[in-house]
Ligand binder design. Structure first.
Ligand SMILES: [Zn+2]
Length: 326
């Protein structure tokens, strides 16, 4: 994604630009923010700007040789590391290590999901950070910076990505031709301020169908229209689905939308949509908060444990209905 296609994050844009212009950018940068917040796009943009001799702040010129090679994905001085099988291994680091010391040209090493570095990889990185070769910048990206070693953290200049507003995400989707206006509006609304999440939904060919199902489920539970037998049958069919987590996330996002509406009715004017996605108007904010928490806990248990999915879903649906439908 190019500079013009990245919207929002004005504070980050301003701070990085100032640091670059004033020669104050450290040789080790940490960009943190939740998964889907746009760290990789911003990390790549910063890399391109550092390598571009004609950059203006964080804006690369886009036409010089360096920019053209960077955009083709073959820049010889750009090194990108991401986890292999969920870990960043020393082997991956060893392959590029000696190149980082060659030549003295401007070089950038972008490390995605830096918190997945093994102890050994972290100590190899630390050795370089202690005596960095001239011209080399490391950019570390992390969802959970707290999981990095303190010795590495203390050597990094730190920047955080902020959640984006739904209008900014809408603009981003439309600018990048990811969705038409109506769909961009819906995805922006569902994305919880995370552009990566909105893009994933935009790329999902089955999104419309899944969203319809999630809406039906969210509506039926909130209105209490399903009998206990129907809830058990929902649980049985959901338990078999490969896209269970995605579907549950959508239901939680639909309730989140209801919660935002309810907060707005109380006068916290932070949400620009007029009606909730599904009817949840008689449910209290506390009820919706509990529902979201319950769904997220269920998602966690499905992912992290070997529990019987059907039993877990039965329990979740019954508790949700009891909490939401009056
Ligand atoms: Zn350039």
């Amino acid at each position: 994604m190019s500079y013009d296609q990245l919207t929002g994050q004005n504070e980050l844009r301003r701070m990085l630009s100032a640091a670059l212009e004033n020669g104050k950018l450290s040789h080790a940068i940490l960009l943190s923010g939740p998964s889907g917040s746009g760290k990789t796009s911003w990390g790549k943009l910063l890399s391109q700007a550092i390598l571009c001799p004609d950059h203006k702040g964080i804006k690369p010129c886009m036409i010089c040789r360096s920019c053209r090679i960077f955009l083709s994905g073959n820049h010889p001085e750009f090194y990108y590391l991401e986890p292999e099988k969920r870990k960043l291994k020393t082997k991956q680091f060893r392959l590029i290590r000696e190149h980082l010391y060659l030549g003295g040209n401007t070089k950038v090493c972008l490390i995605d999901q830096a918190e997945t570095m093994t102890a050994e990889t972290s100590s190899s990185l630390l050795k370089i950070l202690e005596e960095p070769p001239k011209g080399l910048t490391f950019i570390l990206l992390a969802d959970q910076p707290g999981a990095l070693y303190d010795t590495i953290l203390s050597r990094c200049q730190r920047y955080a990505l902020q959640p984006m507003s739904s209008s900014e995400i809408y603009e981003l989707l439309v600018k990048n031709n990811k969705a038409d206006e109506d769909k961009a509006d819906l995805l922006a609304r569902l994305s919880s301020g995370l552009p990566g999440y909105a893009f994933d939904m935009a790329d999902d060919a089955d999104f419309d169908e899944r969203f319809r199902e999630a809406k039906t489920l969210a509506y039926n539970i909130a209105t209490g229209r399903d009998s206990a037998v129907q809830l058990l049958s929902w649980a049985a069919s959901l338990a078999e689905r490969d896209d269970l987590i995605y579907l549950l996330e959508l239901v939680a996002l639909i309730y989140r939308d209801g919660l935002m509406q309810s907060l707005c009715r109380r006068g916290d004017n932070i949400y620009r949509f007029e009606k909730p996605l599904v009817w949840t108007e008689t449910v209290s904010s506390a009820g919706l908060e509990e529902a979201i928490l319950l769904i997220n806990t269920t998602i966690y248990e499905v992912v992290a444990t070997n529990v019987n999915r059907r039993l877990l879903l039965e329990k979740m649906l019954i508790m949700l209905q009891r909490r939401l439908a009056l």
